[in-house]
Every structure is written in C-alpha cells, then in structure tokens.
Design a protein around this ligand. Structure first.
Ligand code: ADP
Ligand code: MG
Length: 265
C-alpha cells in the first residue's frame, strides 16, 4: 500500500477548474518531484493535500497510509503526519518560534500516544536541529516569520519538518528566493530527513533544486493534470527544452486518446 495516494483529484476555485484529475502514488522511502509552469496548480495541490479551507475535492480521494483524508481538518492531517512547507510562509505575530515548535511537536506526540517532552529536553533538541538549519537562538525567540528574510522563512520551515518528523512532507517551492548557500543548507536539511519510513514531495519550478535533492520520480503538472512522469532525467529535459515542448507533445497525444479528464481548448 502506498503511503500517499492521490486518486483522480478534481478541484475548483471560484468555479474555475484548477485540478483536473491528478493521480499519484508515493511509497515509503521515495522522493517525488512535481514540476510545472506557473499557474499549473502546484500550490493548489499542496493546499488541497494539507486541508486548507476552500480546497475541498470536487471528485476523487486522498489516502495517507490507507486512511482517507478528505473529511479531515488541516490540524488532524498534521497530527497524522502530513506536513506542508509553504511557498509563502505565514507570519504569526505574538507566537514565539520556540513555543510554536513545542506546541506542534507535543500535539503530534500526544496524538501518537507518546509522552510530551519536558521543557529542557525540548529546548535542547530544538537548538540542535536549529543550528543545523543555521537558525539562531535569537530567531527562535522572535515571533514566527515576522521580519524574517525569505531565506530565514524557508530555513524555519525545514526546521519544523526536522522537529515534527512527518510521514509525508510536501515542500512547495522551498527553493524559491534562495541563493546557492541557502539552497545547500535547506537541501541538506531535507536530505537528512529522508528515510525508509517517510516520503517527500518536492514542488519546484526549476530543475536546480533537484541537483541537491535527488528525486526518485519526477512528474510534470500542466493545467491541473500530470502529463508526464519519469525519473530525474525528465527534470533535465525541462531545463533544456522548457515546459512548452512537453506540454505540446502531451496535448497531441491527449487529442488522439481524447482522455475525458483533459479539456482541449
Ligand atoms: P502554481 O503553484 O502551479 O503556480 P497555483 O496552484 O497557485 O499554481 O494556481 C493555479 C491556478 O489557480 C492559477 O490559474 C491561479 O490563478 C488559480 N487560482 C489560485 N487561487 C485561486 C483562487 N482563490 N480563486 C480562483 N483561482 C485561483
Ligand atoms: Mg505555487
């Protein structure tokens, strides 16, 4: 059984079809990359998985370790082990970084029937993980993301991932706005979390990230459907020829097959 199973996901926003039948199976131990041009539905897919209000499926199903997520609120999904690193991390004025991490981690531990970590043990663990992400103590005392630079926000997202140890992580454009040094820190942080019991879905516009986080599978999303899947070489093809070549080739084959989920405009 797949760890994450997306079956024929359809979703509308403001009466506009955004996801038009996305299907994807992600097994334990795998890293999948979802690439696609701007506006192809990548962030919508990540919000839908995380359970954001207003992003309910019109048709289709999502399963985490065989459990249907469709009726679950975002916080339940998070406790169950789903994690989303936002493309645009949200500022939380008044919520200190350390308290935020402790709340999140203890809430998940409680759900798993584990004891809450005591304060000192938690702080020690958080500082250790924070230093790996070059997140300073001073940053942990500040309100989450308030006044953080773009790179700091992304590093704090991966720190959350390291602390929560999710079963499925979805990283939405975690590379955007990062310089090469920050990209290396973030990628090392993500790679350190790879193991045989979890899975990671990286969403990215560019191939560059995939030089650092080497995926097992690459999928191309266009107009709310996966038009092609392959290995890391598919990302190189995108880098070389852009998305347009792949999308044109796909619409030709879709025209011949006349798949019902794809609208030909
Ligand atoms: P990506 O992350 O691949 O760039 P998005 O998922 O952000 O794409 O957006 C996919 C499409 O959905 C775009 O055409 C965008 O304009 C549209 N969209 C996003 N949010 C809304 C919304 N709240 N209402 C209507 N359309 C939306
Ligand atoms: Mg996006």
């Amino acid at each position: 059984m797949s760890l994450l199973e997306i079956k024929n996901a359809h979703l509308k926003l403001d009466d506009k079809n955004i996801l038009n039948g996305v299907s994807l199976s992600v097994n334990k131990g795998e890293v999948h990359a979802i690439m696609g041009p701007n506006g192809s539905g990548k962030s919508t897919l990540s919000y839908m998985l995380a359970g954001r209000d207003g992003y309910e499926l019109e048709e289709g199903e999502i399963l985490l370790d065989g459990i249907s997520l469709s009726e679950m609120e975002a916080d339940e999904r998070a406790r169950l082990g789903l994690f989303l690193a936002f493309q645009y991390p949200v500022e939380l004025p008044g919520v200190g970084g350390m308290s935020f991490l402790r709340e999140a981690v203890n809430s998940r531990r409680k759900f798993l029937g584990e004891e809450e970590l005591d304060h000192l043990a938690f702080v020690k663990e958080a500082r250790k993980e924070a230093s790996k992400m070059y997140v300073k103590d001073e940053m942990l005392k500040r309100a989450v993301n308030v006044g953080f630079s773009g790179g700091e926000k992304k590093r704090f997202e991966i720190l959350q991932m390291a602390m929560l140890k999710p079963t499925v992580s979805i990283l939405d454009e975690t590379d955007s706005g990062l310089d090469v040094d920050a990209l290396k820190i973030v990628s090392d942080g993500v790679n350190a979390q790879r193991n045989n019991d979890n899975a990671i879905v990286v969403i990215t516009h560019y191939q560059r990230l995939l030089d650092y986080i080497i995926p097992d599978f690459v999928h191309i999303l266009s107009d709310g459907v996966i038009i092609k899947s392959g290995g890391p070489e598919l990302a190189l093809e995108v880098e070389k020829n852009g998305y347009s070549g792949l999308i044109n080739a796909a619409s030709v084959s879709y025209t011949h097959l006349t798949l019902p989920t794809k609208r030909i405009v």
